[in-house]
Design a protein around this ligand. Structure first.
Ligand code: TPP
Ligand code: MG
Length: 287
């Protein structure tokens, strides 16, 4: 799945370069392991709220590169009839939005519903470090803490918000801000999926048994541009980021598995790109 998401994102950037897709997109290159690890702890009865950088969140949950690519390209088979595009996907209990911070109050409301009507289930929201500049984040944290809502807030702290480095926009820390609302938090610096699952498994089980919010901050890296070609970082910073990419380390640690999985994922995505590109426009509304 890690490599499927990677191949999907790289293929998408190539499609944009060729002018085969219009609009915008934000890839999760470098952050693929976050949803791969988190999704393994969720069930389809849990809600997931995603953001503008959400392809990995969707793919890790549904393994549906075909439906997502058709959605982004506005072709038949699109998961939302081609009206949502890259950032606005609705499928069952999965919803993404390009509006920073919008998901959190909505997820808190859903978590309240789950707490009372469907105990044992939770609402999971992914947000970035920059989105901690939105007031709605704090309103949601406050209520989630007071009402002990089963809200899993996954923070993908990739060290940058579009072009602003995190230290230039965030006073204090994510953990400190969670603590201010009496919400427990965990900061994960590893990109090892198995280790992350082990670190989080008991915490997520505890949220289900005795509902409460939890903030999980991943210290991660945005290996690609913010959107398509817009990267404001220096050559040295980019080299440093590329050096820390999980894919490099996985390739060294598991060379045979990596090469095999990478080739398989690449071939699968290329076939999907050919197939979806040849389809007629979706021309439909959400059913
Ligand atoms: C309410 C709102 N303000 C501004 C934007 C424009 N915008 C899109 S992505 C982004 C940066 C988000 O940074 P972060 O939360 O760190 O997520 P990242 O892009 O790093 O994954 C901004 C400002 C937006 N989409 N919504
Ligand atoms: Mg960020």
């Amino acid at each position: 799945m890690l490599l499927t998401i990677r191949a999907f994102e790289l293929a998408l950037l190539r499609l944009f370069e060729r002018g085969a897709v219009s609009g915008t997109t934000h890839t999760c290159l470098g952050q693929e392991y976050v949803p791969v690890a988190v999704s393994s702890l969720l069930t389809t009865a849990d809600f997931v709220f995603s953001n503008h950088r959400g392809h990995g969140h969707y793919l890790a949950r549904y393994d549906d590169p075909e439906g997502l690519l058709a959605e982004i390209m506005g072709r038949q088979g699109a998961v939302c009839g081609g009206v949502g595009g890259s950032q606005h996907i609705l499928r069952d209990r999965y919803l993404s939005t390009g509006v920073q911070g919008e998901s959190l109050p909505v997820a808190a409301g859903v978590a309240l519903h789950l707490r009372t009507a469907e105990p044992g289930r939770l609402a999971c929201t992914y947000i970035g470090d920059g989105t901690w500049g939105e007031g709605s984040v704090y309103e949601a944290l406050n209520i989630a803490s007071l009402w002990r809502l089963p809200l899993l807030l996954v923070v993908e702290n990739n060290g940058i918000a579009q072009s602003t480095p995190t230290p230039a926009h965030m006073a204090g820390t994510v953990a400190g801000r969670a603590a201010a609302f009496d919400v427990p938090s965990l900061t994960i610096i590893s990109d090892d999926v198995t280790l992350i699952r082990d670190l989080l498994g008991d915490r997520v089980r505890a949220m289900r048994a005795d509902p409460h919010p939890l903030v999980v901050e991943f210290v991660t890296r945005r290996v690609g541009p913010h959107s398509k070609g817009d990267d404001s970082r220096t050559r040295e910073q980019l080299a440093q980021v590329a050096d820390g990419d999980w894919a490099r380390r996985y390739a060294v640690r598991f060379p045979e598995q990596y090469a095999r999985a990478d080739a398989q994922a690449g071939a699968r995505i290329e076939a999907i790109v050919r197939d979806v590109s040849a389809r007629p426009p979706s021309g439909s509304v959400i059913s």
